[in-house]
Design a protein around this ligand. Structure first.
Ligand code: GLU
Length: 543
């Protein structure tokens, strides 16, 4: 077979010599030990927790070693491409403060660009042509129908499915047959001519999973599709070589394809990067664990965290807790240290499924938000409201002073203990809603109407917005005593039968009348924040 002529027929025209690519994309000039990592999402428009999980690991590994993190867009599959997807990736990762050094829509040093695979077609084709010339790749004319018939046959015989060995029909076409097919204009793909034998096993060092055994590949995988665009496998080998990636961290669903990638790197004569296969995020579902699912679990999408207004640092802290087994302890000992000072290590990543628990994230979120100052909380909530809030919610921020007072009170700033009532921005906005709007009553009064009216009326007579906390509370006690409630808790506990209730019950009536809720931060301060007019109006509305 004249492979050179065949290569010219399949991929006609002059391609740059292969060495020129080595010169064009030289090894990176980085200090020893610096890692080059990447995030390589497909532009499907769905960016998920798994992407963030991998992004944080890649970012830490690259930057703590003085290396580079870049963004490559794997757009070889047009069917899955969605407009605006790259923007969505960028925005989602920016929210979590993942800093890329270079890449698609990022800019930076463009020595290794372009970063969209569709713009790299020439490089892939040049190398495919070379493999055909060497007799390591061949055209395959099998139709979809033939391939699915093959799959059925193999399944029925309980054999491994795929295009390999005796099943690789086009591998053995004669020169004549090939040219006849080409002359007839039959569409074709180009496949790797595999030389491997799965009986042979190789030792492989995975940076996350440790030492594993990998069989040799024998699948004649497609490397170039009929539209002249490569498959993931081939693009991966070319791109990670010429973008000079040193460590590929990717989902463990790619582990099964590792034999193919090992063979491709060898066939191309490239040195392989190191690999770390990252375990999947699991969810507890009743008794069993399952992978997080796009359909069932809204928390899989990164959009969920922005819409709900999760505090990015909290999500990051939780992700780091899941990613590195020693992070939690480190963080407990160094709560103030920047997260970057934690020594991240691929070797400490989980080897099998990691359980993702939203309740755990919520607890961490409460802790993280309780560390903010009122000003920081103001900015966090305002940024969220500007993007996701209603017009009414945006209005909460007009009176800066009032909002800061509200937050100071609700977060327990300056009190004995910081409160931890806020989980997310949307939840916090719900929590503070009654400061800014008259909200529907959420909790029921636990007394009859007559008592309530009597209590509220006598309180209103005494109420003076200038009162400090102590004076205010003394008046609540007076109100209690005037209306058949015990002014002192102790007295009530000794002789409950003598009273309608205690001063606590009176405070609850006032609280529900003012806020609609039975549980709130300090009521006297709430009334001060609301101001006299609003406080009186709310209480009167209950009479
Ligand atoms: N485009 C692939 C994916 O989204 C990337 C896998 C890799 O990181 O190599 O799954």
């Amino acid at each position: 077979m004249n492979y050179k002529a065949l290569a010219e027929r399949l991929l006609p025209g002059e391609y740059p010599p292969l060495e020129s690519y080595e010169e064009k994309y030289p090894p990176r000039n980085l200090p020893k030990g610096a890692e080059v990592t990447r995030l390589a999402p497909s532009p499907t428009g769905f960016i998920h927790l798994g992407n963030l999980f991998a992004a944080i690991a890649n970012e830490r590994i690259a930057h703590q070693s003085g290396g580079i993190l870049y963004l490559r867009i794997e757009d070889t599959d047009l069917k899955r491409k969605v407009d605006g997807a790259v923007e969505a990736v960028k925005n989602a990762l920016r929210y979590f403060d993942i800093k890329f050094d270079e890449g698609a829509e990022i800019g930076g040093d463009d020595t290794y660009a372009p970063w969209y695979q569709r713009q790299r077609a020439e490089i892939y084709r040049a190398f495919v042509k070379h493999l055909v010339e060497e007799g390591r790749a061949y055209p395959c004319f099998c139709t979809e129908e033939e391939l699915s018939a093959l799959r059925e046959e193999q399944t029925a015989k309980k054999e491994v499915t795929g295009y390999y060995g005796k099943y690789a029909k086009c591998r053995n076409l004669s020169e004549e047959e090939i040219y006849r097919n080409l002359d007839e204009g039959k569409p074709f793909v180009i496949r790797l001519k595999s030389l491997g034998n799965p009986e042979n096993k190789r030792k492989f060092r995975d940076e996350i999973k440790g030492d594993i055994t990998v069989p040799e590949n024998d699948q004649d995988v497609v490397i170039l599709k009929s539209d002249g665009i490569p498959t993931y496998h081939f693009a991966h080998a070319i791109d990670d070589h010429f973008m000079r990636t040193t460590l590929v961290i990717r989902g463990e669903e790619w582990l099964a394809s590792l034999p193919i990638h090992i063979e491709l790197f060898e066939a191309l004569g490239f040195e392989r990067p190191r690999y770390g296969h990252n375990c999947s995020l699991m969810k507890q579902d009743g008794e069993s664990r399952r992978k997080l699912s796009k359909r069932k679990d809204p928390e899989l999408s990164l959009e969920f965290y922005r819409k709900e207004g999760y505090f990015a640092r909290a999500v990051k802290v939780y992700m780091l807790t899941l990613l590195n087994s020693n992070f939690e302890e480190w963080y407990r000992k160094n709560p103030e240290a920047p997260l970057e000072s934690f020594k991240f290590s691929a070797g400490k990543m989980s080897k099998s499924g990691t359980l993702f628990d939203l309740d755990k994230l919520n607890d961490i979120s409460k802790d993280e938000l309780s560390k903010l100052s009122a000003e920081e909380m103001f900015d966090f909530l305002k940024t969220w409201a500007d993007e996701y809030g209603t017009e009414t919610q945006k209005g909460y921020f007009v009176d800066r002073e009032k909002m800061l007072n509200t937050l100071t009170l609700c977060m327990g700033i300056g009190g004995k203990k910081r409160r931890k009532d806020f989980t997310t921005a949307s939840q916090a906005m719900e929590f503070i809603k009654f400061f800014f709007e008259r909200t529907p009553q959420e909790d029921e009064y636990r007394c009859d109407q007559e008592t309530r009216v009597a209590v509220l009326t006598s309180f209103l007579k005494k109420y003076d917005p200038a009162d400090d906390g102590q004076t205010w509370f003394a008046k609540v006690k007076e109100t209690a005593a005037e209306n058949g409630f015990a002014a002192e808790m102790k007295e009530y506990k000794t002789n409950p039968e003598n009273y309608k209730g205690s001063v606590a019950d009176v405070a609850e009536i006032l609280r529900i009348a003012t806020t609609g809720r039975a549980n709130t931060p300090d009521l006297c301060t709430i009334q001060q924040i609301l101001g006299e007019k609003e406080t009186r109006a709310r209480i009167k509305a209950q009479l």
